[in-house]
Structure formats: structure tokens, C-alpha cells
Design a protein around this ligand. Structure first.
Ligand code: PLP
Length: 421
């Protein structure tokens, strides 16, 4: 695992590190977050890890999106964070939803979301789930292969279908092309098959990969979509839906591609290839954009091991303290909130100390999860001041693909969520 954090990241002044979209932390600084966490700690004796989840951040993200891309209606990807307050807030804001299963569309339907605000964006569906979609009238769904078309023909022949294509430019932290998306060269054959089956294909979707690193990926794929819209016309399809998927940043730093840069590229491409008069509805499926910065995780050091280059039996007075390194065991890890970071992103998020230890020397350290799994390691390399058992750290930007993946492996309790707004 890469080196993820330098001590100076820990000790930056209040607003130097945080970003525009992280409204709570950015506006009121780490000081406020520290107060909040301390407040929660004083309120109870439950020593589990916990999240501070700020619903205002989600509202602000939505407003920011609408301002930057008024033509692109967001369909929030429920898989990213399906906690009830999050989904209800986004429903109340009037956004649509990208659902990956019947459990997800039943959840949003329960909150009063109409079926025309749902896309069942899963190209390889369980036939049982297609039946549920048909029963509930969730008729807009994606496909990328012939077998799926045959299944849909039998189970939901009147569904409105969206062909998911494989973008040719995939510069993202998590690429999706191996599992999903019809290669451009195969689109015509697939659409001909759909026509032969008398299915109703209404548009195209794509996903450039999660945490996109290059706005050109959207630009290029939108231009490809234009070609497929035109080709589809020759087959007899008059598409009216373009779904530009997810991949938008969950929080912003100076190094990362910002939503405004992406929006600029998307708006220009839409103007060029899908001018407004054409009446093509444009939607997107943002997941991490909506929720990542809204959640801050607080974790506790539950154990530690001090490693020294000198032998254990050496005279303690001879030990060279500057050489020691620390292994810290936290009460959350691979089987909890850090699954995506450890398994997919191979990069730990930034950690901050609840109590400032600015003036203290720093040591090479590593952070481990609480389970017996030897791979439960959050980062092998981090510079930290000496921490004690019982010390708390916090981690901003933990709202995406975290709560949805929590397990209680080894009987370890999962984090609580404290909601603020
Ligand atoms: N749409 C689909 C089909 C996805 O599979 C995903 C994520 O896996 C998303 C949207 C959300 O992506 P992101 O969180 O990168 O915005």
C-alpha cells in the first residue's frame, strides 16, 4: 500500500486542507468537527466507531449540481449509501434514483418516489428481479448483451430499454469496463437484435468509472453516443434519453478534477452533440458525489505494538527512541468502513487526530483494523505522533461505499451514525 499521509497533512491549519464542497468541515473547520466528536463522546459511554453525517452537505451538493449542469437531471445511485435519511433527503430534493436491485427500487418507492424517477441501472439482472420491476412498473432499465434482451422480452416486453455502452476512455480510480458495457463495434448488432425482438430501446447510458480523473472521458463518450443515436435511427429507433452515468468527485482538493471542470466539458459536449432543441432528456447517475463529503468517521485506538530495531532484551536505557515504529489497531477496518479503500482504491483516506499533538515528534506508523484477518490493514505507512490506547482519530469524506459494506465479521460492532443538519 502506498504511503498515504504525511504528518503535515495532520497539522495543516484549519482550512488549508478542506475543500469547497465539504460544507461543514470547510466552513467551520476541523475545530468544529472536533467539538462535535467530543460532544458525542461525552454523551455516551458506547465506544464504537461512529459517523457524523451532515445532511446539509447533501443539500448543498444537489444545489451545486443543478447550478453547474441544469440540463442533466441527477439520478442518485442508491448503492453508494442507502441510509434512510440520505435517500429521503435526496428524494425530497426531487432527484431521480439509479437502483441496482428490486430491494433498492422498493426502498425509494416506499419514500413516495414515482417510477419515472427511477432507472434500474443493472445490465445483468436476476430474472426474478425483472419480474418485480414489471410488477412495480419500474420500466426504465439498462442492458448490454443479447441474453438480457431475451430475458426482458419474456419477462417485461414493454420495458423502456437503455443500451449501456463501453466508453473508450476510462481514466478513473475504479474502472468498470471489464464487467459492463457493450463495445462500440457491437452496438449495431445488439440494436438489430432488439429490433427483431420488437423491444423498445429509448437511449444510451455509460459509466466512465468511479472517481473519474479526466473530463475528456465524458466529452469523448458523449460524442460516441451521438454516433450511436444516428446509427439507431437507421434501424428505426428514435432515442430520447442520454444517461451519462456516475464518476463525479465526492470531495474536492486542489489535485483532483473538480465538478466544475467536468461540468464544463459535459455542457460543451451536450451543446455540440445534443443541442436542446432535439428534446433528448439527459440524466446522470452520481453516487459518491452526493454523499462522500457528508460523512466523517471517528475511530479509536484499541491496541498498539511498538516495534524497535534493537532487541527486546536490550537495556531499556540504551534504546534509541527515534528508531521505534508503531502499529496501531483501530476499532474499524477492512470489514467495516475501509473496505473500498483497502480492496479497490489501494489508498487510505486522510486521518486527523481528535486531540492536537502538533508539537510532538512523529514516527513511522501503520494502521490496522480490529479483526483477526491479517489483511485487515488500512495503511502500512503513515507518520503520526505517538498515540495512546483510547485516543480518537477522525476521517473526513467517508460517506461513499462505506455504510453499505459494513459487516460484523469477528463479532466486531459496526459504527453508529449521528445525523446533523
Ligand atoms: N451507476 C452505476 C451503474 C454504477 O455501477 C455506479 C457505481 O458503481 C454508479 C452509477 C455510481 O458511481 P459513482 O459513485 O462513481 O458516481
Amino acid at each position: 500500500m502506498r504511503k498515504t499521509m504525511k504528518t503535515e497533512r495532520l497539522h495543516v491549519t484549519e482550512d488549508a486542507y478542506v475543500t469547497a464542497s465539504e460544507k461543514f468541515v470547510a466552513k467551520r473547520g476541523h475545530q468544529a468537527m472536533r467539538h462535535l466528536i467530543k460532544d458525542k463522546l461525552q454523551q455516551g459511554d458506547d465506544m464504537r466507531p461512529f459517523y457524523i453525517a451532515n445532511l446539509d452537505d447533501i443539500v448543498n451538493k444537489h444545489k451545486h449540481w443543478v447550478k453547474l449542469m441544469p440540463r442533466v437531471k441527477p439520478f442518485y445511485a442508491v448503492k453508494c449509501n442507502n441510509t434512510e435519511p440520505v435517500v429521503k433527503t435526496i428524494a425530497a430534493l426531487g432527484a431521480g434514483f439509479d437502483c441496482a436491485s428490486s430491494a433498492e427500487f422498493q426502498q425509494v418507492l416506499k419514500y413516495g418516489v414515482e417510477t419515472d424517477r427511477i432507472i434500474y441501472a443493472q445490465t445483468c439482472k436476476d430474472p426474478e428481479e425483472i419480474k418485480h420491476a414489471s410488477e412495480r412498473g419500474v420500466d426504465l432499465m439498462t442492458f448490454d448483451n443479447e441474453d438480457e434482451l431475451v430475458k426482458i422480452k419474456h419477462l417485461y416486453p414493454h420495458a423502456r430499454l437503455v443500451l449501456r455502452i463501453l466508453p473508450q476512455v476510462q481514466k478513473a480510480v475504479l474502472k468498470m469496463g471489464k464487467k459492463f458495457g457493450c463495445a462500440i463495434k457491437n452496438c449495431k448488432g445488439l440494436l438489430l437484435k432488439a429490433k427483431e425482438l420488437e423491444l423498445n430501446v429509448v437511449g444510451i447510458s455509460f459509466h466512465v468509472g468511479s472517481s473519474c480523473l479526466d473530463a475528456f472521458a465524458y466529452e469523448h463518450t458523449i460524442s460516441l453516443c451521438r454516433g450511436i443515436f444516428d446509427m439507431a435511427k437507421t434501424i428505426g429507433y428514435n432515442f430520447n434519453l442520454l444517461d451519462i452515468g456516475g464518476g463525479f468527485p465526492g470531495f474536492e482538493t486542489e489535485e483532483k478534477l473538480s465538478l466544475s471542470e467536468i461540468a464544463k466539458a459535459i455542457n460543451n459536449s451536450l451543446e455540440k452533440y445534443f443541442p436542446e432543441g432535439e428534446n433528448v432528456k439527459v440524466i446522470a447517475e452520481p453516487g459518491r458525489y452526493y454523499v462522500q463529503s457528508a460523512f466523517t468517521l471517528a475511530v479509536r485506538v484499541i491496541a498498539r505494538r511498538v516495534e524497535r530495531p534493537d532487541s527486546y532484551h536490550d537495556d531499556p536505557s540504551d534504546r534509541d527512541d527515534a528508531q521505534k515504529t508503531f502499529m496501531y489497531y483501530l476499532n474499524d477496518g477492512l470489514h467495516g468502513s475501509f473496505y473500498v479503500h483497502i480492496v479497490f482504491e489501494k489508498h487510505a483516506p486522510d486521518f486527523y487526530l481528535l486531540e492536537n499533538k502538533d508539537s510532538m515528534p512523529v514516527f513511522q506508523s501503520s494502521l490496522w483494523g480490529p479483526t483477526c484477518n491479517p489483511f485487515d490493514c488500512i495503511t502500512q505507512e503513515i507518520e503520526l505522533p505517538e498515540l495512546d490506547i483510547g485516543d480518537w482519530l477522525y476521517v473526513p469524506n467517508m460517506g461513499a461505499y462505506t455504510t453499505v459494506l459494513l459487516s460484523s465479521f469477528n463479532g466486531i460492532p459496526t459504527p453508529k451514525i449521528h445525523w446533523i443538519a
